[in-house]
Ligand binder design. Structure first.
Ligand code: ATP
Length: 284
């Protein structure tokens, strides 16, 4: 199957509240998508308020674009179809027309639906000149034709939500079809703190745990890096307990793990660093 996931809204399991920071992005997506999908009758009069057919989320890896797409489907009460550009083009060379038609007719039946196209640059990247594979070109053209061909009734309830780390690689024709482009940025200190609070809400932390110091110590970390750092830090008390048991020659004592300290996170930084050096200015 070339679709990587199809999930009904009540089974997605991610809501906007599970995403730390990105408040403006969440608000914009709510206005552009959730409201029109939940209340299409409010958007069917006149010409000014038109539901948006295509949105591009762009920004560094690990900043929560996939998470936002899933949570948006929950908030909008829409089914969620996910496809990945690179898998599509590599695995399905030659079947462009059939697959694209199947995808869009499937989506029409499932509406309201959000079609999430991750790594959209691989599927709909700039024309590759003489060396571009014929199948890639056909896939892109078929996809755009099917997208344009959505009947207006369907277009209110089918949204293409695309994500990329490489917006500058996108074809102009694709950019035009994604009239709303939303930058999903790396979190600043304040926002790192919000994200950390979500990840650590269920953990046993030392009293007075200094979230602010941890946020200051993680400049440049994406949400995904922060998650990996928290996992590495949470492992340290476990490791200590195992070493203690080994020293004493006992195993499986009723384990009582010590609370996590700020220092666990600082030490874990040597294992999990900031993964991206991203220059947003190159994306204009
Ligand atoms: P890529 O461009 O590499 O596909 P992405 O922007 O789609 O990355 P996600 O896959 O959404 O990033 O994020 C990876 C993981 O990082 C998520 O599953 C989540 O655990 C965590 N994460 C990232 N940003 C946030 C955030 N703002 N709040 C909570 N968790 C986050």
């Amino acid at each position: 199957n070339f679709i990587s996931a199809v999930v009904p809204p009540d089974e997605i399991g991610v809501k906007f509240d599970d995403i730390g920071a990105l408040e403006d992005v969440k608000r914009t997506l709510n206005e552009l998508v959730s409201l029109p999908m939940r209340r299409p009758e409010l958007f069917s009069h006149g010409n000014l308020l038109r539901p948006c057919k295509g949105i591009l989320l762009f920004g560094p890896p690990g900043t929560g674009k996939t998470l936002l797409a899933k949570a948006l489907a929950t908030e909008a009460g829409a089914n969620f179809i996910s496809i990945t550009g690179s898998t599509l083009t590599s695995k399905w060379f030659g079947d462009a027309e059939k697959l694209t038609k199947a995808l869009f007719s499937f989506a029409s039946r499932l509406a309201p639906v959000i079609i999430f196209v991750d790594e959209v640059d691989s599927l709909l990247g700039a024309r590759g000149g003489a060396f571009e594979h014929e199948a890639t070109r056909r896939m892109r053209n078929e996809f755009m034709a099917a997208w344009d061909g959505l009947r207006s009734k369907d277009s209110q309830r089918i949204l293409i939500l695309a994500a990329t780390n490489r917006p500058f690689d996108l074809d102009d024709a694709v950019i035009r079809r994604l009239p709303r482009r939303i930058y999903v940025d790396l979190p600043d200190g304040e926002n790192r703190m919000k994200i950390l609070r979500i990840f650590l809400s269920q953990e046993n932390l030392e009293p007075g745990f200094r979230y602010d110091e941890l946020a200051n110590a993680t400049e440049g970390y994406s949400g995904s890096d922060l998650k990996n750092l928290c996992i590495a830090a949470a492992y340290r008390p476990v490791q200590e307990l195992l070493e203690e048991e080994k020293k004493k020659g006992v195993t499986g004592t009723a384990p009582s793990l010590r609370p996590l300290k700020l220092d666990d996170f600082i030490q874990a930084k040597s294992k999990v660093g900031a993964s991206v050096a991203y220059d947003a200015t190159s994306m204009n």
